[in-house]
Ligand binder design. Structure first.
Ligand SMILES: Nc1ncnc2c1ncn2[C@@H]1O[C@H](COP(=O)(O)OP(=O)(O)OP(=O)(O)O)[C@@H](O)[C@H]1O
Ligand SMILES: [Mg+2]
Length: 255
């Protein structure tokens, strides 16, 4: 019933996923609360990306249930996820390098002006909103919103993708290895955005191999190993990095 668990935003129940003979997810249960930043950790091939791809509608799951705000939802495509307030950001997000920052922000949801049949884009308004958002996500340099995405750094592109998720009021922002290959300043930028997302009431799932980055921003750590969650209530305040690393590597589990 909605209300009974009012603070649970997303509830994934008994999710199974096989890619042919590869059993990537083995009965995974994961709940994400409103305003919670969850760090999802695990070694290569543990199933982290598969789990968030299931949640973002990018890959179909074999069985299980996804409940969002108390309602069972069938995720058939990324559009289903977006319609349910879930935005996923990858290192190279679905941004179009040739288009401006502003156009990328409104990709697929462009603001228009004048009579409908003329179908004219309201570039001024999109540029205005974009400039404001860039300030909000903390891009300190004065980058005009008309700048093509292709001339931005990886971290700045991340910022644009995050700004988009914020503007469209996504409830949950998923970041899969957003700090890979980023410089120190850019990485700090991404971590700052995650904090900003939480401060504005969004939930996040943050996947990163750099455990120090995860420790800096998350409220709770979930560890996956071989397609299952082996720990789902670790706090970066009470667990040490060493303890979490031990859980990530673990002892080989009998098949
Ligand atoms: N498209 C695919 N087809 C077949 N097998 C896949 C596919 N994607 C992932 N797998 C397999 O599923 C398992 C889980 O992979 P997944 O990408 O979810 O791991 P991960 O935890 O994100 O790892 P990494 O940290 O390396 O990104 C692995 O054994 C992987 O080889
Ligand atoms: Mg992955």
């Amino acid at each position: 019933m909605a209300g009974a668990n009012g603070d649970i935003l997303v509830d994934m129940r008994n999710i199974e996923k096989s890619y042919g003979g590869v059993h990537a997810l083995r009965g995974v249960n994961l709940s994400i609360r409103r305003g919670e930043i969850v760090g999802l950790l695990g070694d290569n091939g543990a199933g982290k990306s598969t789990l968030i791809k299931v949640l973002s509608g990018a890959v179909p799951y074999t069985s299980g249930e996804i409940v969002i705000k108390g309602r069972p939802v069938r995720m058939r495509s990324t559009l289903d996820a977006i319609a349910n307030g879930i935005e996923t950001i990858y290192q190279d997000s679905a941004l179009v390098p040739q288009l401006s920052i502003a156009r990328n922000l409104f990709l697929g949801r462009e603001l228009r002006k004048g009579p409908r049949f003329l179908d004219r884009l309201d570039l001024d308004r999109m540029n205005g909103v974009a400039a404001e958002l860039l300030r909000r996500v903390g891009i300190s340099k004065n980058i005009p919103p008309t700048t093509p995405i292709g001339s931005l750094s990886g971290g700045e592109r991340q910022a644009v993708a995050i700004a988009r998720a914020m503007y469209f009021e996504s409830d949950l922002i998923i970041l899969d290895e957003p700090t890979n290959n980023l410089g120190v300043a850019e990485t700090q930028g991404v971590l700052r955005f995650v904090r900003e997302a939480r401060d504005t009431g969004h939930s996040c799932v943050f996947i990163a191999h750099n455990i120090h980055h995860v420790f800096q921003v998350v409220d709770r750590i979930v560890v996956m190993r071989r397609g299952t969650i082996v720990s789902d209530d670790l706090s970066p305040r009470t667990s040490s990095i060493q303890e979490v690393e031990d859980i990530i590597t673990g002892e080989p589990v009998a098949a």
